[in-house]
Write a protein that binds this ligand. Structure first.
Ligand SMILES: Cc1cc2nc3c(=O)[nH]c(=O)nc-3n(C[C@H](O)[C@H](O)[C@H](O)COP(=O)(O)O)c2cc1C
Length: 241
């Protein structure tokens, strides 16, 4: 049997797993990266200052430091996916999406969300819990305007999270929009825009040797979202690994 013929007995139409892929899966439990002995050296006293410092570090090391996981609550259970951070200030974290997508509908029904910045290549992660609200139409317009024209057309053409027959159907929609906006700026669809996640909890995690990781959790004193640059609004506690 050739390497590609060995299968794991999955669905009949699934691509067979190669022997080396099967070996990689078998090795998962033994895989282990040893972390450095870095102490959680907080570069500032407020969550705003710390995130800004860590983000700067991440920008020097990682390809896409603004990629973050957004987890939402849905009736069928939680859902998570990656989006790109497009704004950060003392009010919170901003990303852009389609308000009618699965995540958009979930956020409208359950505005409490969680974010994770998976900066494991630098032995760090930042975890956030907060409340998502739509940014103003002006903010969405301003951001939409600086996107490349191709991304504007893609966003306008996509009924995000809805099924589509094939790629050609989608390309036909893009061509239709290209014609409609041939000699003018692409209009931002009303259902496309930003969410700002205003945190009431934010945790900074630093990996350390022997899994003795350092964790520092900020919780808003009154349990509701607070300004990230106001130290007095937050209580901070070190957590066990
Ligand atoms: C690196 C990366 C960045 C992404 N950035 C965004 C984004 O900024 N906004 C967005 O709506 N989807 C983004 N996506 C796609 C989402 O992960 C997801 O597939 C899409 O938003 C549909 O999610 P939903 O069906 O849960 O609404 C990104 C995916 C990846 C892998």
């Amino acid at each position: 049997m050739s390497e590609t013929e060995q299968t794991t007995g999955g669905a009949a139409d699934a691509a067979p797993l190669t022997a080396s892929a099967q070996e990689a899966m078998a090795e998962l439990a033994r895989q282990r990266v040893e972390y450095d002995d870095a102490d959680l050296d907080l570069p500032a006293e407020t969550p705003h200052g710390i995130f800004t410092g860590w983000y700067e570090d991440a920008g020097r090391t990682l390809g896409e430091p603004n990629a973050m996981v957004v987890a939402t609550a849905a009736d069928a259970g939680p859902a998570a996916r990656i989006v790109l951070l497009k704004g950060f200030d003392a009010r919170g974290f901003v990303f852009y999406t389609n308000y009618l997508s699965a995540k958009g509908r979930q956020i409208e029904a359950h505005p409490r969300v969680a974010l994770v910045f998976p900066w494991h290549d630098m032995q760090r992660q930042v975890r956030v819990r907060g409340i998502a609200t739509r940014v103003t139409a002006q903010e969405s317009d301003d951001y939409f305007a600086i996107r490349p024209r191709g991304s504007q057309l893609g966003a306008a053409a996509s009924d995000q999270s809805q099924p589509i027959r094939d790629r050609e159907e989608f390309h036909a929609r893009v061509r239709e929009l290209e014609d409609r906006f041939a000699d003018r700026d692409v209009e931002r669809p009303e259902h496309w825009g930003g969410y700002r996640v205003a945190p009431y909890e934010i945790e900074f995690w630093q990996g350390r040797r022997n899994r003795m990781h350092d964790r520092y959790l900020f919780t808003s004193r009154d349990g509701s979202p607070a300004a990230l640059d106001e130290a007095a609004e937050w209580s901070a506690v070190r957590l066990q690994p």
